[in-house]
Design a binder for this molecule. Structure first.
Ligand SMILES: Nc1ncnc2c1ncn2[C@@H]1O[C@H](COP(=O)(O)OP(=O)(O)OP(=O)(O)O)[C@@H](O)[C@H]1O
Ligand SMILES: [Mg+2]
Length: 423
């Protein structure tokens, strides 16, 4: 039912992940009959025009998006016409709602009949489930089904063709600040491409970093970016909770810059080269030299001392993530624990620290099922852009599906056309 209207032939899809540290464009060949995608081109540009999902310098951002797109186009030798755009920021909210409709009828007095559920019924019940009152400045970005309930039978993934009297849909809605989404899309359109979808970045990363078993038995996927951390919780195959924190790995860099009195660029290099998420795993005997600036004398700092700052900030981020996980509507334990992705997950010894802090299994989520230039895109930094390109094929977003036109609307359209032609 869900993907009947999707193209069955291979097609090219482009994802543009607009992050605050880098903009990444991935051009993929998608085969709707398989979960695997082929990477044709990838382009990266440093990003300076967006922070925590808010555009700070529009023109700069457009130039940087263009750079990433051009690079990917050159590598793939393809001219991109349309792309899927990723959005993040602490304006993203997720909520669980439900709607129910009667599907039965009576065949004369006291003779109940059961009707077969159609696509139209599913659309009706989803319309009800998403009819929540939203502030004027917010919009629904995704309608993600968790399960359907027919009478007393629950956990149904596809109700079409089954019979019953009452159909209930339980869905997870993701909402965004309208201004953030429209401004981002208008920047992308300046590149001369059509934006054929705006997707929550955390969701896109989870598409490429998670496997089905994890979504069924429970997992939280955490995309640690530079200024945002996207959190999505899955259980029983459906999305249960979404949240974005306005903090990321750039906070570690800032801490290092302040503590060691060095510039941000220098601090970033130090973090990547010597920083460890677990201070106990770096030796106090190993130290590195800070370059002398403006007549200062050279200083030596131990890796252990540096890693203490790194660990403190990372523990804070993990605790904030766990606070969000506890808000998810999941009673059982998340069997697969946590999957970390995004650039922040590249920090040394992060898995060890996370396992210790949250007391759950932890793994790093690299893009799954990618063929082609695999070695180029095997880092978790690319999970976002690759997931965006897979969204149309693998995303369970019901707003992607065309509503079946009712006979009445069809007739109305035809009538309008005739009237127009006549005059
Ligand atoms: N090898 C590494 N070790 C430690 N940190 C790293 C490493 N590589 C990247 N990072 C950090 O990851 C962050 C960038 O991650 P990413 O590229 O996913 O961010 P982004 O998507 O641009 O940002 P956001 O999603 O917050 O808008 C930076 O803070 C960077 O320092
Ligand atoms: Mg990101």
């Amino acid at each position: 039912m869900i993907r009947t209207n999707r193209n069955q032939e291979k097609y090219i899809q482009t994802g543009l992940d607009v992050g605050s540290n880098k903009i990444c464009c991935a051009i993929m060949e998608v085969d709707p009959n398989s979960d695997s995608v082929k990477l044709l081109g990838i382009g990266i540009s440093p990003a300076t025009g967006i922070k925590k999902g808010s555009i700070t310098h529009r023109d700069q951002l457009i130039d940087e998006m263009d750079l990433a797109l051009q690079e990917a186009q050159t590598m793939a030798d393809i001219n991109v016409q349309k792309l899927t755009l990723g959005i993040s920021g602490d304006h993203i909210r997720g909520i669980n709602t439900q709607g129910a409709i009667a599907i039965g009828g009576t065949n004369g007095p006291n003779v109940p009949v059961q009707h077969e559920i159609t696509d139209g019924d599913v659309h009706r019940v989803l319309e009800l489930a998403k009819a929540i009152s939203l502030p004027v400045d917010r919009d629904i970005l995704h309608v993600l089904p968790q399960e359907y309930v027919i009478d007393t039978m629950d956990s149904i993934k596809d109700p079409v063709g089954l019979t019953g009297r009452r159909l209930e849909a339980r869905v997870h809605l993701i909402t965004v600040a309208t201004t953030a989404a429209t401004n981002l899309a208008s920047c992308a359109e300046e590149l001369g491409v059509t934006v054929d979808g705006v997707v929550y970045q955390g969701l896109a990363s989870s598409i490429s970093a998670l496997v089905e078993d994890e979504k069924n038995l429970g997992v939280v996927c955490v995309d640690i970016g530079a200024t945002t951390t996207d959190i999505v919780v899955y259980h029983e195959g459906g999305l249960r909770h979404t949240a974005t924190l306005g903090i990321g790995a750039a906070s570690i860099t800032n801490d290092i810059a302040v503590m060691l009195q060095v510039g941000i660029e220098e601090a970033e290099k130090i973090k990547k080269t010597y920083g460890s998420a677990k201070a106990s795993m770096s030796s106090p005997a190993l130290d590195f030299e800070l370059p002398a600036h403006n007549g200062q004398i050279k200083r030596k700092v131990s890796e252990h001392e540096l890693s203490r700052y790194v660990e403190a900030r990372m523990v804070e981020i993990l605790q904030l993530v766990m606070r969000e996980v506890s808000r998810a509507d999941v009673k059982e334990k998340l069997t697969y624990g946590m999957v970390l992705t995004g650039g922040g997950s590249e920090l040394k010894n992060l898995v060890g620290l996370a396992q210790e802090t949250i007391n759950m299994p932890v793994r790093i989520g690299k893009p799954n099922n990618v063929s082609g230039a695999v070695d180029v895109a095997s880092s978790p930094i690319y999970a976002g852009a690759i997931g965006l390109a897979q969204w149309k094929n693998l995303g369970e977003d019901l707003s992607l599906i065309q509503k079946p036109e009712s006979a009445i609307t069809d007739t109305m359209k035809k009538l309008k056309k005739i009237v127009k032609e006549f005059f």
